[in-house]
Design a protein around this ligand. Sequence first.
Ligand SMILES: CC(C)(COP(=O)(O)OP(=O)(O)OC[C@H]1O[C@@H](n2cnc3c(N)ncnc32)[C@H](O)[C@@H]1OP(=O)(O)O)[C@@H](O)C(=O)NCCC(=O)NCCS
Length: 221
Amino acid sequence: MNSKKLIIIGGIGKGEQVLDCINDNRTNFNDYEYEVVGFLNDYTSDLICDLPILGKLKEISKFIEQGFYFAFAIHPIGKNQGIKPLLDKLNIPINQLATIISKRAFLSSTAKIDQGAIILAFAYISLHVQIGSCSMIMARTSVGHNTIVGTCCFVGTGSILSSFVVLGHSVSIAISCTILEYCQIGNCSVLGAGGLLLKDLPENSIYVGSPAKYLKNTQGL
Ligand SMILES: CC(C)(COP(=O)(O)OP(=O)(O)OC[C@H]1O[C@@H](n2cnc3c(N)ncnc32)[C@H](O)[C@@H]1OP(=O)(O)O)[C@@H](O)C(=O)NCCC(=O)NCCS
């Protein structure tokens, strides 16, 4: 099978984990849908996992014209206001956004996964969940039933979202967080590592701790 040529937008860390997921699907599950050919990255020109940096983000239009597919893996926790504007600026046609789902993840057949979402190994995506475009759901997460994750969100390793949770766009849930049912988190907000969220969290704010309390605003960071 001819694999679709894919470029990862990002680099060390989250980008590498996307690469690992795709290679695991290829090597261990005979899923050859995508083959990663390199990265777009503004900060390094060094090889990443033996793959080249093909260019900077501003050069993306030529790769779009050449028909490449893209995985968006830029989620700077704390600088959340920049995430969706950056994706919008890249202007990637929806049909060239790759949806990457680890074969080791569990997805309910009733879950709705938007184009461009990335779901890593051992994630558990329950009934009627919606995952927005270009959101990244890391390893060993649990997303409870009827939860809605907006576009460009990040759900960190080991985090648990209970049922009927709603995340706006560009929300980051750091590692090992717990969110109780029916909590809503506004656009561009962050729940810091190890946070326990008991109530709604407004837009553009960082909350930390157990139970989570206001730390600072994300605007201007
Ligand atoms: C939310 C977060 C970004 C805050 O980091 P920060 O803005 O650098 O915060 P600071 O280090 O300046 O800390 C400010 C205060 O908040 C406290 N604090 C910071 N993060 C905290 C957390 N997660 N839980 C409890 N308290 C926290 C600090 O102890 C400090 O308190 P002090 O002023 O009394 O000393 C950070 O906690 C976090 O979660 N980072 C992401 C980690 C992660 O998930 N990494 C995986 C990526 S793949």
